[in-house]
Structures are given as structure tokens and as C-alpha cells.
Design a protein around this ligand. Structure first.
Ligand code: GLN
Length: 478
């Protein structure tokens, strides 16, 4: 069955073949049937969805032109706040947290007519690569239910893969959009740092956090990005950079009249840890790009081997500071205790899970007097070297192609007791967060067990248009 796209839905509503209300009801029926076996959703917001669907239907009934996402059923990773709708970040500490405002990205989707179905499961505070760190329940990969969907946006990837939403939002601090997209066989896009407002995103590591879409097609990802991108006065880190019409840009040929578009390939992304089947499928995809008229150029990203340790110092340091706000006073859960300091201690002890505590401890250590220079400062310096690697490579090429992950989806339970193995699998995705460049994962094949494999593409800062254009050309050729 061909996957549903945003255009199909908009056209069906505009031509009055269906209504947004009927569609929302269909999606809820499918969620109620399928999700008990998948576990993608944490909260449904039917009242809000049906009220929005009714607004879209009223517009359509009057023959008005419909906005870009009119009636499109969309769901949101539970790290983005939603006015009046429970938002947990996958944590017990926010079990009963009802935010009083909307995340900008969510508000922009709704303003474009999207129907928000509910909130999606994820690793607690987006810390993890398998969604097994959710304080609620695990998510099963719709392509093989014995396997993880990836993480931390596992619910966002699984919901699209199982057609429980047409598109979703996720967050990506070290790969949490691209890796689950790769594991579930869907498209996942991490935009440039600053491209999409993080107002209303529950912070994990502020210099690395990004919001981005999951979708069935590159065009749908482009539509989603066009809707959520752009400066937001509520987020001082959102950039004042014009947002191109990504959808129109898709149709430009990748083989222009002049020079060929150059695709870089770095040997550091094809090293010893790479699964042989993933390697051959990704190499075939790069060959396909060459057949489409791209010139494949070897590039070097020599500091890649330091990316994982650098990421896990910077990310945990920032997390230890961001998570200090969860003290039992301001948000969510509060433990009963006799004194104030006992209340803080009990709240955080009962409210946070193992992985979150591990990271708060690592990050606090990395920032502490006497260790700051050896760990945090050193990591910041290596981060600059990693960014310069990309700057140098992008003097020679327009995009860089690589695997998204070293392996296909692993089994539930396989890595949960070995945090280091879990961290090391982030090797190909954390680099784009450290450098702030955009990255996309698109399906490019399967292994012998029919598990999806993702092709990852990177581009220069704020050049999502080229990234999407190459991804779209590849997708169409495939
Ligand atoms: N797997 C990485 C981590 O555990 C990335 C998570 C993310 O991007 N939110 O930190």
C-alpha cells in the first residue's frame, strides 16, 4: 500500500471526498486498534483534534482556499509543550504536567490547518537511542515488533511507519530524528541549528537540541519544514534567515546546466563498526546518486572518532544544568517529605529514571571545579575541530552522504544494560548536532531480514533546500 501523503489528504478534503473530521476519526480508530501493540502514543487529545477538524471542514464547506496542512493528522513528540494537554517528556517527574502554552512549532502546524492527534512516546527527556528509557512503556518497531524503533523520538517514527499519523514532529540532540527514521523506514529531517524555534521544547542540551519532522516522503518533510521554520521572537536562538519555499525547490534538477552537484563521501563513516549489509546498501545508494548526475568526491572528516565522547560531555553538561529546574516546586510531580531539602531529594530520586540520573551525574562531574578544563573545555575545543572538518569538506562538495546508523534496528533489550554500546551507535549522527548542520535520513533499502536501512545526507548551514532536493531526486529514482 502506498503511504498516505499530505497532498493526498489536502486534495481529498478540498475535493470534498472526505472531511477532516472523518479523517481524524479514522486515525483515532487505527490508533486504538494498532497502538496497544506498538506503544507510540502517551496521550491523545481528541477534543482539541476534533475542534480543529471542524474548523477545517467549515473552511472547506465555504469553498475557501485551504492552508498547506489542512486536515492533516499529525502527532507530536512529548517533549514539546501543548496548551492544556499533558506533556511528560517521557518522565515520571512530569507525569501530571499540563502546560499553559503551545510550543511554537506546534502552533505553526495548527495555524496551517494540521489536526494534532496526540503526544508521542520517547526516551525520558530525549535521552536514549531506543525509546526503552521511557518511564511509561517501550515502543515496538512496526517493521518488526521484537525490535526497537530507535530513539529518542521512537514514537514519532513508529507512528508514521504504522500510519497512525501522516507526519510527526521529533527532536534531535544527537540523532533522535534521523536514527529512528532509519530504523522504521521513514524520512526524518534535522534542520540547521537556528532554523526552527525551540520555544516550548523541553530542553535537554540547548546547544544541540533541534526540532524537525518525520514523514513518508521527502516532499512531506519539506512541507512540514516550510511550515515550522523561521525566526520566532520567543526564541533568541532562532535565526533571522529567510526561509525558501522548500517544496518549489524540490523540482529543480540536481544535474543543473553547469557544474555537477558534488556528493562527498568520507571514509570515516565507513569504518570497522559498520554492518556489512548496511555498507553495501548505502554504497549502492551513493552509486545511484552518481547515476542521477552527481559527482562523487572523497572527503575527509578526520576528527569523527572523537565525536561520541565530545557529544556525551557537552550533552550531559548541558543536561545537568537544564534539568535543575525539575525540583518538585515548579512543575509536575512532588514527593512528600518533612523538609524542603528532603522534598527536593525525594522528588528527583523518585521522579527521574536511571539514564537521566546517570547523565546528570556525568554532566555535573564534567562541569565541576578541577575537571571543567579537562572535560568540558576540552570537549568544546574538539567540537570546534569537528565543525571545521565539515567547513573544509563543504568547500569541495554540496552534500555529504553516509549511513545514518552503523546497524539496522536492534532487538528490544539488546543494549539497554550496556549504556556505552548504546552511546557508541550514535557515531554517525552526533556530528551534525555538534556542527549545527542539517541532516536527513531517507530509506535506501533493507537487509536480509527486511529491516530498513537509512541513507544520511548532510549539507551546509541553512542549505536544507539542496539537502531536500538531492533526497527527493534519490527517492524518486528509487
Ligand atoms: N542517542 C543520543 C542520546 O542518547 C541522542 C538523543 C537525542 O538526539 N535526543 O543522547
Amino acid at each position: 500500500m502506498a503511504a498516505t501523503t499530505i497532498d493526498d489528504i489536502r486534495a481529498a478534503i478540498a475535493e470534498r471526498k472526505t472531511t477532516a473530521t472523518a479523517l481524524a476519526a479514522d486515525y483515532y480508530a487505527r490508533i486504538k486498534k494498532e497502538d496497544p501493540e506498538i506503544g507510540a502514543f502517551l496521550t491523545l487529545c481528541e477534543d482539541r483534534a476534533l475542534a480543529q477538524a471542524a474548523r477545517v471542514d467549515a473552511l472547506a464547506a465555504d469553498g475557501n482556499p485551504l492552508p498547506a496542512l489542512a486536515g492533516v493528522p499529525i502527532a507530536i513528540k512529548d517533549v514539546m509543550v501543548t496548551n492544556g494537554v499533558r506533556t511528560t517528556a517521557g518522565s515520571k517527574i512530569l507525569d501530571n504536567f499540563i502546560p499553559p502554552y503551545d510550543c511554537t512549532a506546534v502552533a505553526r502546524l495548527e495555524a496551517a490547518g494540521a489536526v494534532i492527534l496526540g503526544k508521542l512516546n520517547c526516551d525520558e527527556f530525549a535521552m536514549g537511542s531506543s525509546t526503552e528509557n521511557s518511564a511509561y512503556h517501550v515502543v515496538h518497531n512496526p517493521r518488526d515488533k521484537s525490535r526497537v524503533p530507535g530513539g529518542s523520538s521512537g514514537g514519532s517514527a513508529a507512528a508514521v511507519a504504522a500510519d497512525m499519523a501522516v507526519a510527526t514532529l521529533g527532536s534531535d540532540t544527537g540523532g533522535s530524528i534521523r536514527q529512528p527514521a532509519s530504523f522504521c523506514g521513514v524520512v526524518g529531517l534535522k534542520p540547521t541549528y537556528g532554523r526552527v524555534s525551540r520555544y516550548g521544547l523541553i530542553a535537554f542540551a540547548s546547544s544541540l537540541d533541534h526540532i524537525g519532522p518525520f514523514a513518508n516522503t521527502v516532499k512531506d518533510a519539506a512541507l512540514m519544514l516550510r511550515t515550522i521554520a523561521g525566526r520566532d521572537p520567543m526564541d533568541s536562538t532562532s535565526a533571522e534567515v529567510p526561509v525558501p519555499d522548500y517544496v518549489a525547490e524540490l523540482e529543480k534538477p540536481i544535474r543543473g546546466s553547469g557544474e555537477k552537484l558534488k556528493v562527498g563521501v568520507a571514509k570515516e563513516y565507513f569504518g570497522p563498526g559498520l554492518d556489512p549489509e548496511v555498507r553495501s546498501v548505502v554504497e549502492a545508494a551513493i552509486q545511484r546518486l552518481a547515476e542521477l548526475g552527481c559527482e562523487v568526491v572523497p572527503v575527509s572528516l578526520p576528527h569523527t572518532e572523537y565525536a561520541v565522547p565530545t557529544y556525551y560531555i557537552v550533552a550531559t553538561a548541558e543536561a545537568s544544568s537544564n534539568l535543575a529546574r525539575f525540583d518538585g516546586v515548579r512543575y509536575g510531580f512532588r514527593a512528600k517529605a518533612n523538609t524542603l531539602s528532603e522534598m527536593y531529594r525525594q522528588t528527583r530520586d523518585c521522579g527521574f529514571g536511571m539514564e537521566v540520573k546517570r547523565r546528570i551525574m556525568l554532566g555535573t562531574y564534567a562541569l565541576s571545579a578541577g575537571y571543567y578544563d579537562a572535560y568540558y573545555l576540552k570537549a568544546q575545543k574538539v567540537r570546534t575541530l569537528l565543525t571545521r572538518d565539515f567547513d573544509e569538506a563543504f568547500k569541495k562538495v554540496d552534500v555529504i552522504a553516509a549511513p545514518t546508523c552503523p546497524t539496522p534496528a536492534f532487538r528490544l533489550g539488546e543494549k539497554i544494560d550496556d549504556p556505552l554500546a548504546m552511546y557508541l551507535a550514535d557515531i554517525y549522527t552526533v556530528t551534525a548536532n555538534l556542527a549545527g548542520i542539517p541532516g536527513i535520513s531517507i530509506p535506501c533499502g533493507e537487509n536480509h531480514e527486511k529491516l530498513p536501512i537509512g541513507l544520511q545526507l548532510f549539507a551546509r548551514h541553512f542549505d536544507e533546500a539542496t539537502l531536500l532536493r538531492v533526497a527527493h531526486a534519490y527517492e524518486r529514482a528509487r
